[in-house]
Design a protein around this ligand. Structure first.
Ligand code: MG
Length: 364
């Protein structure tokens, strides 16, 4: 890896985020098994508190099954507006330490602290300081993974959950990845994991035994990525342009969702983000696109072009809901939803006043 840049990356991940927010805001829920989601006959668990997890209650579990496993389970409906507000608070805390922030979901982000604003010497101590600030300001626990690239930092953050942190040092990366089951690799979805299992690839060490050309022959463009991560090489920079307030906004749910109301709320939250951007930038657009990434990593998009630009938040809500409703009830779990506006009518005066806005949409 001569000449390769060694970064200091932290992956911060809130613990049982939705459920923890509910327990924070309602003292009656503390210490009890809580499921965020709808307890109705066709409902599905969106997130579970640690108390509920002890009974095997997990995301995507049908509510009836969850109740059978844990008769005292308390269902609370999701409040995405609150989760978004907490997420913004957390991002404010990240910004006290670095500008290089890449949000992955409401409760998860990569931070590059190679040079950190607080002048803290190590990434380990920086992660501790960030987690302490999050607890102080939000009353919530976060876990963190610390390493020299994003791939390893994300793997590390799960190792000491809840309320812990774990580091993978540069000399430890290769051994860590060699021992790792292939299904745990970020970027290896269930379908790819199955294909790898059929090829006899079960761990990072198995993957490492494959040549670049063989991997490319079997997996196409992804072959290069698999070749690199088998050696714990990941040169991706923390991508700060993944700004939430842009013409496109998307979120990966904490847990795959099937509940129609929860999915619709997620879409509305993204529409709100996009509308906030419209108001700030003075841009208006005619085409609304809703993107859905399913639990099996397949993707669907639904678009609708209006005769006139969208002029208000309610109108964007209405268009976005009509689009998401066209794929509901969800035939499988929903991993991610996004809302994007395109076909702009340009307001040049306002655009010039906001030269740093990112106008590219994820759908591009
Ligand atoms: Mg989390």
């Amino acid at each position: 890896m001569a000449g390769a840049l060694i970064r200091k990356i932290i992956h911060v991940d809130m613990d049982a985020f939705y459920a923890s927010v509910e327990q924070r805001d309602n003292p009656h829920l503390r210490g009890k098994p809580v499921a965020v989601g709808h307890g109705a006959r066709r409902g599905v668990v969106a997130a579970a508190s640690y108390e509920a997890r002890q009974f095997g209650v997990r995301s995507a579990l049908p509510s009836v099954t969850a109740l059978r496993q844990c008769p005292d389970l308390i269902f609370v409906p999701p409040r995405f507006d609150v989760y978004r507000a907490v997420s913004q608070q957390i991002h404010g805390i990240f910004a006290e330490f670095t500008d290089l922030i890449e949000p992955l979901a409401l409760d998860e982000a990569y931070l590059d602290v190679t040079e950190n604003r607080a002048g803290i010497e190590t990434a380990w101590l920086t992660a501790k300081a960030i987690r302490a600030r999050i607890l102080e300001e939000t009353g919530l626990n976060a876990s963190a993974g610390v390493s020299y690239n994003k791939f390893l930092a994300k793997l590390a953050s799960g190792r000491r959950k809840p309320n812990g942190q774990f580091a993978i040092q540069p000399h430890e990366g290769e051994a860590f990845v060699e021992a790792l089951p292939i299904a745990k690799f970020h970027g290896v979805g269930p379908a790819t994991a199955e294909k790898m299992h059929r090829l006899g690839i079960h761990t990072g060490a198995d993957l490492k035994a494959w040549s670049l050309s063989d991997l490319q022959a079997r997996f196409g463009k992804s072959g290069g990525w698999y070749f690199n991560i088998a050696r714990s090489v990941d040169q991706r920079a923390v991508n700060t342009s993944r700004e939430r307030k842009s013409s496109g906004s998307e979120t990966t749910f904490n847990e795959d969702l099937r509940d129609a109301d929860a999915i619709r709320q997620g879409v509305l939250a993204m529409a709100d983000d996009v509308w906030a951007w419209c108001e700030k930038s003075g841009r208006r657009a005619r085409t609304v696109t809703v993107k859905i990434k399913w639990a099996d990593f397949q993707q669907s998009t639904r678009s609708r072009s209006l005769a006139q630009p969208v002029v208000g938040r309610a109108q964007l809500h209405e268009a976005s809901l009509a689009l998401i409703d066209s794929v509901l009830p969800a035939p499988k779990g929903v991993r991610l939803v996004g809302v994007t506006l395109s076909n702009f009518t340009v307001d040049l005066a306002k655009v010039e006043a906001e030269p740093t806005l990112h106008l590219e949409s994820d759908a591009a």
